[in-house]
Structures are given as C-alpha cells and as structure tokens.
Design a protein around this ligand. Structure first.
Ligand SMILES: [Zn+2]
Ligand SMILES: [Zn+2]
Length: 897
C-alpha cells in the first residue's frame, strides 16, 4: 500500500497548468536533474557508509543525549555605551516539558503524518523523502517537503545552530553531517525520546516552544487533553509559525488548509477512521482558540519597545542572512547565550521616554481598554468576549451610538465592564479567564535616527505603563495615515528630482476637482492663494499645490515609486492616485519607515535601512553577525538640499505672499529648536485622527505620531492638534544641548537665482516687483542647470484709465500703468491672484462719450505724465485686447475634468 505524500497531494493540490513552461525549461530542467542526482548520489554514498566523505563525518560535532536537549544560555543586550539593558531568556512559562506518556496518540500521529510519515521505520534518514524533496525542487512543488526526518530536524535545531552556512559547500557539508548524526542518534536514543525532545522544543508561534506550552496558549488545556481536531491545528503551525499562525486572519486560513492535509494524511495512513476525520473537519476549532494569553503570566519586567523591535530585527537577520529556520533563530536568540550590541543611546532614550510619558504634554486624558473575557457555559461550550464586542453591545444593544470606547477614568471603564459582564453571563457560566488593560489615549510614538549611520538611537512605541513584552508597538508595527508629511515624499521630491521642476515651479491653488473628488486646503477659510511655488507648497503645506504637482508633473506611479525607494513598504497598487500626494493611502505607514524616509533627505539623499544592532557575538564570543548599514542613493544631493531648505523655512515664522488680511502662516514654527538648524514637515489627517511631525537637524532625524489607537478624532475629544510638535521640540532641544549648529551645507550642485514667485521664471524688471501685494521677486536655490531662462508670463503691466481703473482706451484722458495677474485658462474660481486680474476696458471714455478734460485737468495730466504714463502703449496691452475673463478656454491636462 502506498501512503506516499505525493499521492495525497495529487488529490489535494490545485491543478495548475505548468505544461507550457515545462517545454521551454527542458534544458534547465535536465541540468537541475543531473545536479540533484549528483548531490543525492553523494548523500547516498554517505548513508551507505562508503566513506567518501570520511573527513566531513570526522569533522561532525560530537553527539550525545545531552546535546540535543535545549541549551539554556541567556542572551545579553547592550546599548551603544556598553550598558547591559536587557537579558533575553525563554520565560519558564513559555517552555514546558511534557513526558512521552503525556502526549496523546493523536498528537504524535499528526506530527508524524505531516513531518515524517516513515519516522517509526527509518533509521534516521529517509531516502524516499529525499527523492521526493528533490522532485519537488525540480518541479517547483513546495508542498513536497524538505526531505528531513524528525530526527534530522531535532539535530538541526539543537546541535548545528543550523543552516547558518554561507556557501553551498558548507551547506552540503552540514547536510551530510546532519544525516550522519541522525543515524548515530537513532542508535543511542529511543525513537520515543527523540520524538518527545522534538515535540518539546519546536517553535509553535506566539512565544510558545513545545506542544505543552502551545496546548495551554491556544486551548488553555493540558497537552494530554487535546482532541484530534485541536492537535491538527497545532501540528499545522510547525512548518512556519508566522505563516500558519492561527491567531491571525490569513494565518488561520493557511492553518485550516494545512489541517485538512494533516487529517487526510492521518486517514490515508490508517491512523484515524473516516468518521474521525469528518468529525474533526466539522469541528469549529478556531472559535475555541484563545485570543488572549490568559495562561502565561509575565514574570519578568516587560521588554522595552526598542528591545521588542530589536528581537524582530535579529530574528529576521538570523533567517535572512544566516539561513536559520524560524525555530532555530528563536532558540538561538532566547537560549543561545548571544551578545547583541545595539544602536540604542541610553541618554537619548531616557529623554524620549521622559517626554513621551509626561502627562502635561497632552491636552486631555482618556483611557481605552484592552479587555478579554472567556466564559464556559453549562453545556461546556466557550465564548470569548473582548473590548470590541463590548463596544458593539453599548452601541447596538444599549443604543449608545456615540459610544467610542474612551473613558475619562479607569473607574468609568470598570463600570462599563461590569455592566457588560453582567449582561453576557448567565447562570451556570464559569469565567475561564478575564483580563483588562487600561491604555492611555491619545497615544504617541517616537523614532529617532542618526541619519549619517542609519542607527536607530531611541524609540518609543507608546505612553503609559508597558505591561507585556512584544506588545503593540506603535512606532514599528502600527500603520497610520501619514497626512501632509507625504507631500514631500510622493509629490515634491520626485518633481524636483527627475521631473524638471524646481522649488520655484508654480501650481495654481484654486478650486480643484478630479472626477468626483474635490480637494480642499486645510486653510480653506482663508481662500485660495493662486500661483504658489513648490517651496510655498512645503512651507504652508498646500494640498492643491501638492495634488497638482503630482498629477501634472510627477504622476502617481512615480510618486509611489519614490516613496518605496525611500523605504515605505506599505503602499499598495490601489495607491496610484492623487490622494497619495496628501497621504490618503490604503494602509498607512509606520513611524519607523516614515521617519527613516526623512532621514534619507537629511542624509543628502542617501537612504540607509534602519539599523538596530551593530554586531552579534555567539556564546563563545565569536562574531556571528556583523550588521553593516545597507545604503543606496535615492535622491540627488541637490534635491535633498532643496527640500531641506524649504522644510527649514516651514519651521520659521513665515507668512504666505498674499493680500493684506490674508494670513497663511508656516506650519511648523511651533517645533523650532532654539539655536539649531532644523527642517521638518507636519502632517494632520483630514479628520484629525493622526497628527505627525517629522523633522531633522544636522545630527538627528526624529518623527512623532499621536492619535487614538481606535482612530477617534483628536479634536473631537477636546484636544489641540499641535501638542505633538511641542513634544518633538522638547526632546530635540534637550538632546542637542552642547552640540554646535553646523547648518545644512549647500552642495556644489546647487546655485541661486532671482525669480518671480508667481511664475517661477525670471522676473520682468519693473513689473514683477510691482505686484499689488508687494515685491514678487526673490532669490531661490536651484539645482545647477535648472535655473529658468524664460521670463515671467503671469505678471503683466497694463495701462489703465486713472479715472475708471479699466483698461485705458485712446479716449481716456488720464492713464497710468499697473501690474496685473494672468489667470490660467479655465480657472474661474476666486483666488488671491484673481483679485488682481486684468480689468475690462474703461466704460467711461469711449468714442461716443469723449469728455475733454478741463484746462486744470490738462495741467495735472501733464505734471504726472513723465512719472507714470509711458509714451507708447506697452506691447502687452496690445496683445491683450480683452480681459482674460472674457477669453474662451479649452480645458487641457489630466487635472482638468
Ligand atoms: Zn512675475
Ligand atoms: Zn477711461
């Protein structure tokens, strides 16, 4: 009888059409087959004791029973000044030993079925699995398995700090040694003990090692009480604990698939009956999984947010750079006795912690709750409740539609919990577990990076008491809408960097609709500003300027590409639209990625992947991993400087060039650090759900986010929307004490030129400086080669009738010249520029109504003539016979619908 996995998989696998590819890849395929055959011939040679690789085997580590038991060395974490900041150990509650007798037969059968179906009969290695794995590699069928027996996996996880070889040769050597040792181990250790050790040491996700810990974590049961249905969930996690994590939505779907496969294997291998298989499949097992860790109590002080992220970074580096499996990486980190040198600066971190926690830095105090309740009913079924179901109860059942889950005190929260608990509990119910955490709101996160090295010097993932390790980290794992900070990244940076725009390029700030979406400015009560430069767009955070720049110059595709180059990984294909210019994106961004994107601007356009640690030493003090910064140029140094200069202006008090009475001010002056050059960009989302400030000095780049975890509006709970800028300023002011202000040096690729701010082009002498609002000429920085050569076409000097103010006709007795604005074709809305557009022709003086001036008037006319009235009508007047108001226009360009 053939129990072969491939038979089963044939039935289960979706029949993808591969046939076309097979022909074209025939040559490649043959090469692969030959290579694999050579490899396996070698491996088989060893297995059968031919002695060809005697040297390799002689070099294999010693094996004894003790060496496959888990080691227990704590990992030490040091900050950048060499202080021990954290000790990483497997928490006792998270690694529990089960005896073989405690393991239910169905659990043993499930693991054997999916991982190593011939475990009980092979002698440590399984030739048939190896061949199947080889076929899997050739055909690209990843479900064929890795060909390793449970014995090999045990050795790999516990003897070789496995898979960390750099070359193919080393990998092959390790593989051969692993097979040799597996055969040796089987000679000296009972299969039951091998299996017990394996099941007690595997990583089953969510900080559980071993099946006993997993049984408690996921089902709140002793391992011996697990049902068939439950063991298949746990066995389904093994291959990849993140991917098959039953607590996440996608992970659960994959786990369900895997569980189906396991049950099918078990049935085909004769371990369970058809009825048992169907009963298990019909069981709603995922609803019983504990969404809260009600069993494991944290015994030690929770790790800091920095350490939480460090753990993720190290686990990833060990897998990506050293080739460890997730289980190996986890074991090594928490019991391998490593020494990790981090980039965390203790002095900066303590300033960050102090200011982020300081209650006076926030305008209002609220609490949300993180609530979990598990109740077992009289019929033995279990129901899980949470703060989400509590919210639904208050809104739907009690009709409190405005219930937002925020409480003004912990007592108020407790009252709500008591009310809810009373409503859901019935006679005969038993409370299995209940937990409540009070979370201060609004929350905040902070990231500080040394842009020159990419070193993350300090990080805060939230305010208030941190109660558990590896909890919600708002600095790294939460995605929030970036608001206006994104204007620089997706619109202005690409415009200047590759689209030929300059800081002086103008876009018309007027009413703007694209399709069904009408874009508004944050300052809509002040009206539209008309022609505005990219510099204005940054300094005054102008929405329509940013959107027009993206649509008319950049394209959303290029904007998204720039953001991705700057390290933003959370953008999706649904973000190729104008809203992305304003940070209205599908998923949001993490503070770490957003701050690091600005660090690239601060670093002259060179992006560095955030660095959390510099070096990891193994238990013997040997270097295991050197973490050299990974850098790449993402912006020209000229672009980086130009953006920096404009963002630097936004931190000074600055008023937009506009009519008197129109007061549009720079957005970031509140954050300005005294005595230190600084540049930055604020961001506030439309409904005030998220407020950001990201900025930098010549030394450090820092980003702060604040908002409510559940997206309640900051302004709606009575808070201002600028307190975060003060926190940023407080932190940055303290950490820059004693540092010299070196300024932002102008790179040699940048030059200056005088231009007109209403056109971004060379000023017309005597015209642009006579804008009715003042002198429109200013000195701007340009990347060399981009200084404009054309002259201003948005200002025009016209001769008007002194009496009516209309365009002068030949009949007007008294005339003078004035500077007017040329409004773009198609713009009919009122802006600050449209106030100064060319007037209509004088209606007082025409051929039919010639009024000759009196003698006195003639004298007056004569006396002023030399000063204001040119001898001839200027060229521009002749070219503009009608007011632009009367012109017929045809809308053009993608922005005009
Ligand atoms: Zn001009
Ligand atoms: Zn007139």
């Amino acid at each position: 009888m053939n129990y072969g996995k491939n038979e089963v998989e044939k039935t289960l696998r979706k029949t993808n059409s591969r046939s076309q590819k097979i022909t074209s890849h025939l040559v490649l395929l043959l090469t692969k087959i030959i290579l694999i055959l050579v490899l396996f011939a070698a491996v088989l040679g060893i297995s059968f004791g031919y002695g060809i690789f005697k040297g390799v085997i002689d070099a294999a580590p010693e094996i004894d029973v003790a060496s496959i038991e888990p080691s227990g060395y704590a990992t030490m974490v040091y900050d950048s000044k060499g202080n021990l900041t954290e000790t990483l150990v497997k928490s006792g509650a998270n690694r529990l030993e089960a005896s073989y007798e405690e393991l239910p037969q169905c659990l043993i059968d499930a693991f054997v079925a999916i991982e190593d179906s011939r475990f009980w009969s092979h002698k440590g290695v399984d030739v048939r699995s190896m061949v199947r794995a080889a076929v899997g590699i050739i055909t690209g069928d990843s479900s064929a398995g890795g060909g390793s027996t449970l014995t090999q996996q045990l050795i790999k996880n516990n003897i070789f700090e496995g898979g960390n070889e750099d070359t193919f040769g080393e990998k092959l050597e390790r593989k051969i040694q692993e097979q040799y040792l597996a055969i040796q181990l089987e000679k000296i250790m009972d299969k039951k003990i091998i299996l017990k050790n394996y099941l007690n040491t595997i990583n089953l996700g969510n900080n559980t090692l071993g099946v006993k810990a997993a049984a408690l974590r996921y089902f709140d049961k002793d391992v011996s009480d697990l049902t068939l249905s439950e063991v298949t969930v746990i066995a389904g996690i093994t291959q990849n604990p993140s991917r098959f994590n039953p607590l996440s939505e996608n992970g659960r779907k994959r786990n369900e698939e895997k569980r189906r496969v396991i049950l099918q294997y078990m049935y085909e291998q004769g371990k369970i009956t058809k009825e048992e298989q169907e009963e298990a499949l019909a069981d709603d097992v995922y609803s019983r999984i504990k969404n809260v860790d009600i069993v494991t109590k944290e015994t030690q002080t929770p790790y800091s947010y920095f350490t939480d992220e460090l753990i993720d970074q190290v686990l990833k580096a060990l897998q990506d750079k050293k080739g460890y499996t997730e289980t190996q990486a986890y074991n090594l980190l928490f019991s391998g006795g490593l020494e990790i040198h981090t980039t965390q600066d203790p002095d900066i971190q303590s300033v960050v912690d102090e200011e982020i926690s300081r209650p006076e830095n926030y305008d209002v105090v609220y609490y949300s709750i993180d609530y979990r309740l598990s109740i077992q009913h009289a019929d033995q079924t279990t129901t899980n409740y949470s703060d989400e179901t509590l919210k639904t109860y208050f809104r739907k059942e009690l009709g409190e539609t405005n219930f937002d889950g925020l409480f003004s005190s912990k007592e108020k929260a407790d009252e709500a919990i008591a009310k809810y608990k009373a409503a859901v509990t019935k006679d005969g119910d038993t409370v299995l577990g209940e937990s409540v955490h009070y979370v201060l709101q609004p929350q905040a996160s902070f990231v500080l990076i040394d842009q020159s090295s990419g070193y993350v010097k300090a990080l805060s993932g939230g305010r208030g008491q941190k109660e558990v390790s590896r909890s919600l980290n708002r600095a790294t794992n939460t995605l929030r809408q970036p608001g206006s900070t994104f204007k620089v990244i997706t619109s202005f940076a690409p415009a200047i960097d590759t689209c030929g725009a300059t800081l002086g390029s103008v876009y018309y700030d007027g009413p703007y609709t694209m399709g069904t979406k009408t874009f508004r400015n944050w300052y809509s009560s002040k009206g539209y500003m008309g022609y505005s430069t990219i510099r204005d767009g940054i300094v005054y955070s102008m929405n329509i300027v940013a959107v027009r720049c993206m649509i008319e110059t950049v394209t959303p595709q290029l904007g998204v590409e720039y953001a991705r180059n700057l390290g933003i990984t959370s953008l999706t294909d649904t973000d190729y639209n104008a809203s992305t210019a304003l940070g209205g994106i599908t998923k949001g961004v993490s503070n770490l990625e957003l701050t690091n994107a600005f660090a690239a601007i601060a670093n002259g356009g060179i992006y560095t992947k955030p660095v959390f640690f510099t070096q990891i030493l193994d238990h013997n003090g040997k270097v295991l991993l050197e973490n050299a910064p990974e850098t790449k140029r993402v912006l020209k140094d000229s672009t980086a400087f130009l953006l920096t200069d404009a963002m630097s202006q936004s931190m000074e008090s600055s008023r937009m060039f506009a009519s008197s009475g129109v007061s549009l001010n720079s957005t970031s002056a509140v954050a300005n650090i005294p005595g230190m050059s600084n540049a930055g960009k604020s961001g506030t989302t439309t409904n005030n759900n998220d407020i950001w400030f990201v900025g930098f000095t010549p030394y450090y780049t820092a980003g702060i986010w604040s908002g409510c975890d559940d997206n309640q509006k900051i302004s709606a709970i009575g808070s201002s929307t600028s307190y975060h800028k003060k926190i940023w300023k407080a932190i940055m002011t303290k950490i820059h004490e004693g540092l010299a202000d070196t300024g932002f040096p102008v790179p040699s690729s940048v030059t200056t030129a005088q231009i007109c701010r209403k056109s971004g082009k060379l000023a017309i002498p005597g015209v642009c400086e006579n804008d009715p609002r003042g002198n429109a000429v200013y000195t701007e920085y340009f990347a060399k080669g981009t200084v404009p050569t054309e002259v201003c076409d948005h200002h025009v000097q016209l001769t008007v009738c002194s009496e009516s103010g209309g365009l002068a006709t030949e009949y007007c007795p008294e005339k003078n010249t004035r500077t007017f604005m040329v409004i773009p074709d198609g713009e009919s809305g009122g802006t600050d520029d449209s106030k100064y557009r060319s007037p209509g022709t004088c209606t007082i003086h025409s051929s039919t109504s010639v009024v000759l001036p009196s003698e006195e008037d003639t004298e007056n006319l004569g006396s002023t003539k030399d000063e204001t009235v040119p001898e001839t009508v200027p060229e521009t007047t002749k070219a503009a016979p009608k007011s632009p108001l009367d012109q017929v226009y045809i809308p053009v360009g993608p922005g005009y619908n």
